[in-house]
Design a binder for this molecule. Structure first.
Ligand code: NAP
Length: 284
C-alpha cells in the first residue's frame, strides 16, 4: 500500500481563500477582525513564526499588529500590556509568542489573556470548555489536524487514535479533540512501556515528539492514518518530521508530509479563531 499524502498546504490555501471572502464581507459591515501578536526578545525561530502569522493575516485581510518587547521586559510590564489589549475593542485576538524568557511565568501570561480573546486556545477556561465538548477556541495545531482528517473524509468515530507526545499545546488537546469525535484514544510519552504495541494498534497515529524520524514504518498498522506534527531541522538546514516518511508511506493509507503538512494549518486555524472572535463580539 502507498499512502495518499494529505497536503496541509493545499487545504490551508483553500481555507484562507474562503476566509478572505468572509473578511471582505465582514469589512463591508464595518467589522475588521484584529489580531495582536506580542513578541518578546530576539529568538530567530519565534521571529520567523511571527512573520508567517503576519503574512497570512495580511493575505486574509485580518488586521495584524505586532508588538515587540525587549528580552528584559518584566512580567509586570507584559501583564500590563495584555490588560490594555484585553480592553481594546479593535483587538479580537491576542497571541503571546512562546517560549517566553525564563523570568516570565508562561502560565500567568496565558491566564492573563481574557478567554474571549485567547485565539491560541490555551486559557484553562477554553481548555475546560473543549474538554466538556463545548464550542470554544480550540488550540490551533490540534484543530488543524482535525480539519485535515475531515478534508479527506477519514472516519474518526470508533477508531483507535494513538498520540505520541502529551504536551499541552499539541498532544493532550489533539487527543481530546479526537475523543470529542468519538475516537478511542491512547496517549504515549517518554515513560510509556512497549510503545511499539500501541503503534501497531493505531488506526490514527499522531506523532508530536520533536525528534527527527522517531518513528518509521516498521510497527505501523497497514492502512493507518499517520499525522506527523514534528518539525525538526536537519544538519543540512532542511525541515523534517518525527516520522520517517518513506517507510511509513508504504504502510499507511494517508500520511502528512513535513514540510507542507500540519504546519500551514496551525496559522490557518489561528486566523479562523480570530475571525470567529470578531464575529462573536458583534453577536454574529
Ligand atoms: P514537547 O512539549 O517537547 O513535547 C514532546 C512530547 O514528546 C512529550 O510529551 C514527551 O514525553 C514526548 N517524548 C519525548 N521523548 C519521547 C520518547 N522517547 N518516547 C515517547 N515520547 C517521548 O513538544 P511539542 O511542543 O508537543 O512539539 C512536538 C513537535 O511538534 C516539535 O517538533 C514541534 O516543533 C512540533 N510542533 C509543530 C507545530 C506545527 O504547527 N506543525 C506546532 C507545535 C509543535 P514526556 O511528556 O514524558 O516528557
Amino acid at each position: 500500500m502507498t499512502a495518499e499524502v494529505i497536503f496541509g498546504s493545499e487545504l490551508a490555501q483553500s481555507m484562507r481563500d474562503e476566509m478572505k471572502e468572509e473578511v471582505s464581507r465582514l469589512k463591508s459591515q464595518g467589522i475588521v477582525p484584529g489580531l495582536t501578536v506580542i513578541l518578546i526578545g530576539d529568538d530567530p525561530a519565534s521571529k520567523s513564526y511571527v512573520l508567517g502569522k503576519q503574512r497570512a493575516s495580511e493575505y486574509v485581510g485580518v488586521s495584524s499588529d505586532l508588538i515587540t518587547m525587549p528580552e528584559e521586559t518584566t512580567e509586570e510590564e507584559l501583564l500590563t500590556k495584555i490588560a490594555e489589549l484585553n480592553n481594546d475593542d479593535k483587538v479580537n485576538g491576542i497571541l503571546v509568542q512562546l517560549p517566553l524568557p525564563n523570568h516570565i511565568n508562561e502560565q500567568k501570561v496565558i491566564e492573563a489573556i481574557i478567554p474571549e480573546k485567547d485565539v491560541d486556545g490555551f486559557h484553562p477556561i477554553n481548555i475546560g470548555r473543549m474538554m466538556t465538548g463545548k464550542d470554544t477556541f480550540f488550540p490551533c495545531t490540534p484543530y488543524g489536524i482535525i480539519q485535515m482528517l475531515k478534508s479527506k473524509n477519514i472516519s474518526i468515530s470508533g477508531k483507535h487514535a494513538v498520540i505520541i507526545g502529551r504536551s499541552n499545546i499539541v498532544g493532550k488537546p489533539v487527543g481530546q479533540l479526537l475523543l470529542n469525535e468519538n475516537a478511542t484514544v491512547t496517549y504515549c510519552h517518554s515513560r510509556t512501556v512497549d510503545m511499539e504495541k500501541y503503534i501497531s494498534e493505531a488506526d490514527i497515529l499522531v506523532v508530536a515528539v520533536g525528534k527527527a524520524h522517531f518513528i518509521d514504518g516498521t510497527h505501523i498498522k497497514n492502512g493507518a492514518v499517520v499525522i506527523d506534527v514534528g518539525v525538526n531541522r536537519t544538519e543540512e538546514g532542511t525541515l523534517t518530521g518525527d516520522v520517517d516518511f518513506d517507510s511509513a508511506k508504504e504502510k499507511a493509507s494517508f500520511i502528512t508530509p513535513v514540510p507542507k503538512g500540519v504546519g500551514p494549518m496551525t496559522i490557518t486555524m489561528l486566523l479562523h479563531n480570530t475571525i470567529k472572535s470578531a464575529k462573536k463580539s458583534y453577536n454574529l
